[in-house]
Design a protein around this ligand. Structure first.
Ligand code: MF3
Ligand code: CO
Length: 251
């Protein structure tokens, strides 16, 4: 599948999809606290998304059974919400969500502290978020995809963190996953040239320890192999003639 350039009409719909997802994440962040289950987060997230008249895009995507991916501590991504999994003080929890508005997708993830967490965990969350911002410094027309990937890796590795290799970001639009793939680590090739109207989900997944990950028997949950903490930060981004537009974040 070729990389698509969105028209002004499509961009307007993706802005709306992004804004709704930004608001959804704001509401979820405010709700996160010790004692709730990961299923509580999924139920709330689905209610918020449907309240905006949108469809949660992850539900039933390739058989994924929930609306929000909820990944705790050493879980990297795609944790399946459970009514038996309680969030505890000191945990970190990654929430990944996607919405469809009038046929257009947005995709975004955040990692939150549950109550008070260790300074090490806080640092991982902050550096992972900053990895995204280091990457999008290069998300400009005329640059190449690998400029983004390299910047993310370089920033994460300055802190001794492991950059997950087995999962990558992606183009996004009328489908959740479109070309191109957007790795968070340097490639040998410089990748496609960025053009205005491209929309990318840029999503660093960063481990406090080594980069290696393993898949659980549920076929979804991805964990760090060494048991170290992992954080995730993602936004849907529009390439423009000038600065990139972060569609799924309200500043
Ligand atoms: N944000 C993730 C991604 O970009 C989540 C999708 S996995 C799903 O791949 F199956 F849960 F939808
Ligand atoms: Co994504």
């Amino acid at each position: 599948m070729a990389v698509t350039i969105k028209s002004e009409r499509e961009i307007e719909l993706m802005r709306k999809a992004g804004e709704i997802l930004a608001r959804t994440h704001e509401e979820l962040e405010a709700a996160v606290r010790p004692g709730m289950t990961t299923m509580d987060i999924d139920r709330l997230g689905e209610k918020i998304i449907r309240g905006f008249g949108c469809i949660p895009s992850f539900k039933n995507y390739n058989g994924y059974p929930a609306s929000i991916c909820v990944s705790v501590n050493d879980e990297v991504v795609h944790g399946i919400p459970s009514k038996r999994r309680y969030l505890e003080e000191g945990d970190i929890v990654s929430l990944d969500a996607g919405v469809i508005y009038k046929g257009y997708h947005s995709d975004a993830a955040r990692t939150h502290a549950v109550g008070t967490i260790t300074p090490e965990a806080q640092k991982l969350i902050e550096v992972t978020r900053q990895c995204f911002f280091e990457g999008i410094k290069f998300a400009k027309a005329g640059n190449h995809l690998n400029d983004i990937s390299s910047a993310i890796q370089a920033y994460a590795e300055k802190f001794g963190y492991g950059v997950v290799r087995d999962l990558v970001g992606h183009g996004i639009g009328t489908h959740l996953h479109e070309d191109p793939e957007v790795p968070n680590f340097a490639q040998k090739r410089k990748g496609i040239r960025l053009e205005p109207g491209m929309t990318l989900a840029i999503e660093p997944m960063i481990n406090a320890g080594r980069a290696d990950v393993i898949w659980m028997d549920d076929d979804w949950t991805v964990k760090t192999e060494d048991g170290s903490l992992s954080a995730h930060y993602e936004n849907t981004v529009l390439i423009t003639e000038g600065e990139p537009e972060i569609l799924s974040l309200r500043l």
